[in-house]
Design a protein around this ligand. Structure first.
Ligand SMILES: Cc1cc2nc3c(=O)[nH]c(=O)nc-3n(C[C@H](O)[C@H](O)[C@H](O)COP(=O)(O)OP(=O)(O)OC[C@H]3O[C@@H](n4cnc5c(N)ncnc54)[C@H](O)[C@@H]3O)c2cc1C
Ligand code: SF4
Length: 807
């Protein structure tokens, strides 16, 4: 039976969580296609604040990398917005294609609300929503000094803190007379303001911006009271507006958001909405916890299960600024119907307030110490009768800040990760039943800690408490990944001893905690199996996405094609073919690479086989963990200084070792004399022609960890050079960790050990024998794809594309 087509518009947090949940129930139900306007895979938007504050990098906040999508057969179009939906014919339209669906999810999120004041469209006026905003702030801070943040809410303060960390002077302008008036009362807000002023943040309260001035770029900002502030950058953090224009134009019922029922169904059949763009019972949510609840209900619905209806959520807010502890939920202001319990410790900067109605908690404001937040929030959610409790037991049942360490008295149903709705019992159960040993593993199994991350210390405490004496800090023994507690050496030994021959078998026999494995362990296992067995049948689906597709995915989701040019030497005929392909496919960029080849950039996945066919050249493996290039100079053939035939040796080396799987990429350079025009001293293996032979340098690196190559040996002939290179490569293959460059490997095992090992002629011969056997198994992957139509269908066709359009 053919699968149904599920299309999702929006590649953000709520949408992708829905897909994750569907795949958990049944990975075979749908052919899934996702369109994302941003040119990135799904990332943790929440952590943009930490990126700006310098605590995290953009790479580290990616939640589902490219491999995640391709491993699950998900068709992902990034940098591609859907412009129109035809709900009658069940089609969605981007600028590049029309795709049909059986079920459609709209998860388009929100955009920053930009104040409609004169000058708001000037350069340097932005919101704070996505990676592009973050990058712009980081870039501007390199040359500009003064930033003004409009809006003293959660987002505005996190942006302001980030801009301070980037070295800018920051003024925060707020319309109300105290900060975060939706989450805090005045006492807590004043305490917060004082704390942030001590971080050098300047505040301007009760001020209304009326105009932004400057030529093309902002230079200052005017306020209703006639005052003015200079500004090189203005960040508007004045709220969000749901992205609903597409839905509105498609005939869906839209109020402020896309109207949904308790099962995320919109007003039209087979169209669902989830996340910040959706409006449920008149409420729009702007925090992930409720959106993830919606995602769970929708996933069950689309998986054919009968979910409990979504009935709305109560949310708690926190601020992600280091040294500032703050939590608030629901009611924050007293009224005649409420009673209040308050603790205000001015000396230690702690303020706690709980609002009660009819013996139950209906509101929480905590400042300075939020260790009670989960417990109080749990009591509020359970509508617990608190009439028997005293103030002290309210706030100090497990003690003050110190009690954070004590999780033994914590009830099993107390929520630990508010964003994902995970309580202590769920974490304990996962640790015990699945043998988990780290916070990351717990996140992988339960989602706890995967969003704002504030609960990670508490999860760590629960983990330690649950494991008791058997707890070992994860970094004492580096494991292959969080799916297993085995190290690389233990896994390799296990494969050899037990005669395991496939990735699946290794995971099964060695007791993987996550039976599917992950994008860290699957490629590693595939490599180790290929290293151990020369005739290993490659498991292509276990490879990283670039290797799986034999092309390099670019940041906009297109691919590059770089054919082999042995030793950087080409011909008029090959150049002509490359030029013809560039014309035929209107390749946006033709670029000489650092490895002396020509790259064609910006090709679509479905074009790749035809491009390879037209090129009639072998793959240059510019995407692989293998020999990339051998850079050569012209050497003695043309150069008057050359003493050796560098092109000849380079071409021979590249032909001999191309396609060989290695733990990481390997680059070589061959220079005809010590002038060393190919920079052979910063290559994994570098050859320098000298009188009477070649000097060989190894473990150099010209990348981020710049490292000069070390002298390995001097050889007299090309044959000797090839022999020693073969032995060296095989020794690296057999002893390095997967994804360990030769430079790091050498630092770990030491040059002397390598030299001694390779000095023995028998060892050298045996290494070369094993290498030769392995090399025999390789074929050119582009040619193979052209010969096998099943490979083309599986990896390069677009199941969901009905019609290609150009507009
Ligand atoms: C800086 C920052 C800090 C935050 N901190 C917290 C926090 O501490 N706690 C918390 O709970 N929440 C926080 N949030 C809010 C949280 O990130 C959002 O609630 C959540 O990301 C919303 O998920 P979503 O999937 O609805 O929307 P999004 O994650 O915004 O995803 C929607 C995606 O759809 C794309 N899209 C829109 N239109 C189209 C189209 N026509 N075609 C294709 N793609 C389209 C958008 O480009 C976007 O990538 C924060 C947000 C920001 C910006
Ligand atoms: S390395 Fe020596 S032989 Fe090669 S191009 Fe430079 S000068 Fe000439």
């Amino acid at each position: 039976m053919s699968k149904k087509k599920l299309v999702m518009i929006g590649n953000g947090m709520a949408g992708v969580r829905t897909i994750e949940e569907i795949l958990k129930v049944n990975g075979q139900l749908y052919d899934i296609t996702i369109f994302g306007k941003e040119p990135y895979p799904n990332y943790n938007r929440i952590q943009l604040s930490h990126v700006l504050q310098g605590d995290m990098t953009i790479e580290s906040i990616v939640m589902n990398d490219w491999d995640w999508y391709s491993d699950r057969g998900i068709e992902l179009y990034t940098g591609e917005a859907i412009r129109t939906i035809n709900t009658t014919q069940k089609l969605v339209y981007s600028d590049n294609r029309i795709v049909s669906y059986d079920e459609l999810i709209i998860a388009t999120g929100s955009s920053p609300f930009i104040l409609p004041i004169p000058g708001a469209d000037k350069q340097g006026v932005i919101g704070f929503r996505d990676i592009a905003d973050c990058l712009q702030m980081m870039e501007t801070s390199k040359t500009a000094k003064r930033a003004v943040v409009i809006g003293g809410g959660l987002l505005g303060l996190e942006a302001a803190k980030g801009l301070l960390s980037l070295g800018m002077e920051v003024d925060v302008v707020h319309l109300m007379d105290y900060l975060m008036e939706k989450q805090l009362d005045e006492v807590a807000a004043r305490m917060l303001q004082m704390e942030l002023e001590s971080h050098e943040m300047k505040f301007h309260m009760s001020k209304e911006a009326v105009e932004i001035v400057g030529d093309e770029r902002v230079t200052s900002i005017y306020f209703r009271d006639g005052s003015v502030l200079p500004a090189d950058l203005v960040v508007m953090a004045t709220g969000i507006v749901p992205n609903v224009d597409l839905a509105k134009a498609s005939g869906l019922q839209v109020n402020r958001g896309i109207v949904i029922n308790n099962f995320m169904e919109t007003s039209l059949p087979h169209v669902y909405a989830v996340g910040e763009c959706a409006e449920h019972l008149g409420t729009l949510y702007g925090l992930v916890a409720p959106l993830y609840e919606q995602a769970q209900v929708l996933a069950k619905k689309l998986s054919g299960e009968s979910p409990d209806p979504y009935v709305g959520s109560i949310v708690g807010a926190q601020l992600k600024i280091s040294d500032v502890d703050l939590f608030s939920a629901r009611e924050i202001k007293e009224s005649p119907e409420t009673r209040t319990i308050k603790v205000h410790d001015e000396w230690n900067g702690i303020y706690k307030k709980v609002i009660l109605r009819d013996q139950c908690i209906t509101g929480i404001v905590l400042y300075g110490d939020t260790s009670d937040s989960n417990r109080l929030f749990g009591m509020m959610m359970r509508k617990e009768d608190v009439s028997g409790k005293t103030t002290i037991s309210f706030f100090n049942e497990r003690g003050g800040v110190e009690s954070f360490q004590d999780v033994s008295s914590m009830p099993a149903d107390e929520v630990v990760c508010g964003c994902n709705g995970i309580n202590k019992g769920m974490i304990v159960e996962a640790v015990q039943s699945r043998g988990l040993t780290s916070v990351e593993e717990i996140g992988g199994c339960t989602n706890a800690g995967r969003s704002c991350g504030r609960c990670k210390p508490l999860i760590q405490n629960i983990l330690e408490h649950t494991l008791g004496g058997s707890f070992e800090p994860a970094d004492l023994k580096p494991t292959l990944c969080s799916c297993t507690s085995w190290s690389r050496d233990e896994v390799v030994a296990g494969i050899r001893e037990k005669g395991l021959t496939s990735v699946k078998e290794v995971m099964l026999v060695l007791g993987w905690k996550n039976e599917e494995g992950c994008t860290k362990c699957r490629p590693a296992l595939n490599y180790y199996l290929g290293m151990i067995y020369p005739d290993y049948q490659d498991d292509r689906d276990s490879r990283l996405v670039n290797e799986k597709l034999h092309a390099n995915i670019q940041k906009d989701g297109t691919y590059s094609v770089i054919p082999r040019m042995y030793g950087g030497v080409t011909t008029a005929n090959d150049l002509r073919k490359i030029a013809d392909v560039a014309d035929k496919y209107q390749v946006p960029l033709v670029k000489l690479t650092g490895g002396q080849r020509i790259g064609l950039f910006g090709l679509k996945k479905e074009e790749l086989p035809q491009v390879w066919s037209d090129l009639e050249m072998p793959s240059g493996y510019a995407y692989g963990k293998t020999l990339r290039t051998v850079k050569t100079c012209v050497g003695k053939t043309f150069c008057r200084f050359g003493t050796q035939d560098s092109m000849g040796l380079g071409i021979e080396l590249e032909k001999r070792f191309e396609r060989l799987d290695t733990p990481h990429k390997v680059k070589m350079g061959v220079s005809g004399c010590p002038r060393n025009c190919t920079e052979a001293g910063i290559k994994d293996i570098g050859f320098v022609g000298v009188d009477g032979g070649w000097e060989i340098y190894v473990a150099g690196n010209g990348g981020t960890d710049l490292r000069a190559g070390e002298f390995l040996a001097k050889v007299k002939t090309e044959e000797e050079a090839l022999e020693l290179t073969g032995a060296y490569l095989q020794y690296y293959r057999e002893t390095a960790l997967y994804l360990e460059r030769t430079s790091k490997w050498m630092e770990r095992i030491d040059l002397k050990q390598v030299q001694e090992h390779l000095a023995d002629p028998t060892t050298c011969r045996e290494l070369n024998d094993r290498l030769e056997q392995t090399l025999a198994r390789y074929v050119d992957p582009w040619g193979q794809t052209l010969e096998e139509s099943s490979l083309q269908d599986h990896y390069y066709s677009h199941r969901n594309v009905n019609v290609e359009v150009t507009r």
